[in-house]
Design a protein around this ligand. Structure first.
Ligand code: CP
Length: 307
């Protein structure tokens, strides 16, 4: 039963609960007209303390396409946060007006703290470098759509694996499925945090390898999950220059990849996927963008308990 629940961490929902969201998402994709007034009279609030294009717009589009209304801010400086209002008081206040809240916050753990004060479902739209569970719902749905399964997969994650919250959430979520292996491609400075390695991968006996060069391992992957590598994250210029081209996927690099590889990216992209790849059938990232809205429609309906 998902009605009234919060979503803070990708593991807040069981595999069966995720399946029920994905089934509903598929129903919405198949027949969107059946859902276009189902949330009439309901209000979503989007509280974005950090910039966003996909997460905020897709939440808002999702609620509007369900026939509901949207209130919120994309810039906390335009609200009483600028006067020093606490997160707890902001959530208490907004929950008096809205039926469900999606929030992005720069502080890791802010949504976990926030649910103590939020009487309506609170959805984590990304907290610092920590987690991004609705991106993960989108990623899992897109993997399911592209591969027909969530088990027996080799998943390559490439780029900034240290600060990339989407990667942390994806590893957490995918490590619950059978025979999933990870190939983690990053410079040493940007490897996954220790808690992901020890508390998730090692504790669950998940097979994984950590490498620096994408070319060496791309042929083994069923999924390639690209993320942005930011020059400013490197400790020295020489390492950046040495590795920067390793993390740009272009058609030349894809020559060694499987024909049915699915390339995902949470976006925004800077230059880590060459534009020429966009037309390749293995590019799933714009489909992933659209799925993000449909998945959030399914999630809103489940958390509101709207049938
Ligand atoms: N994928 C993602 O979180 O994108 P935004 O930062 O644009 O919301």
């Amino acid at each position: 039963m998902l009605k009234g629940r919060h979503l803070v961490d990708p593991q807040d929902f069981s595999i069966q609960e995720l399946e029920s969201i994905f089934e509903l998402t598929q129903e919405i994709i198949n027949k969107p007209e059946d859902f276009n007034s189902i949330c009439h009279g309901k209000i979503l609030s989007t509280l974005f303390y950090e910039p966003s294009t996909r997460t905020r717009f897709s939440f808002e589009a999702a609620m509007l396409r369900l026939g509901g209304g949207v209130i919120g801010f994309s810039e906390p400086g335009s609200s009483s946060v600028a006067k020093g209002e606490s997160l707890a008081d902001t959530l208490r206040t907004v929950a008096a007006y809205a039926d469900i809240i999606a929030m992005r916050h720069p502080n890791e753990g802010a949504p976990k703290h926030g649910i103590k004060y939020c009487p309506v479902p609170l959805i984590n739209g990304g907290d610092g470098g920590h987690q991004h569970p609705t991106q993960t719902l989108t990623d899992l749905f897109t993997i399911l759509e592209s591969k027909g399964r969530l088990d027996n997969l080799t998943i390559g994650c490439c780029g900034d694996l240290k600060f990339g919250r989407t990667v942390h959430s994806l590893i957490k979520a995918m490590s619950r499925y059978e025979n999933v292996k990870f190939i983690l491609v990053s410079p040493k400075e940007l490897q996954v945090p220790d808690y992901i390695r020890t508390e998730i991968l090692e504790q669950r006996n998940i097979q994984f390898q950590e490498v620096e060069r994408l070319e060496e391992v791309i042929d083994q992957m069923d999924i390639l999950y690209m993320t942005r590598v930011q020059k400013e994250r490197f400790f020295n210029e020489a390492d950046y220059v040495r590795l920067k081209d390793s993390y740009i996927v272009d058609l030349k690099k894809l020559k060694d990849a499987k024909e049915d590889l699915a390339i995902l990216h949470p976006l925004p992209r800077v230059n880590e996927i060459a534009i020429e790849v966009d037309e390749d059938p293995r590019a799933w990232y714009f489909r992933q963008v659209k799925n993000g809205m449909f998945v959030r429609m399914g999630l809103i309906l489940k958390l509101l308990g709207v049938k």
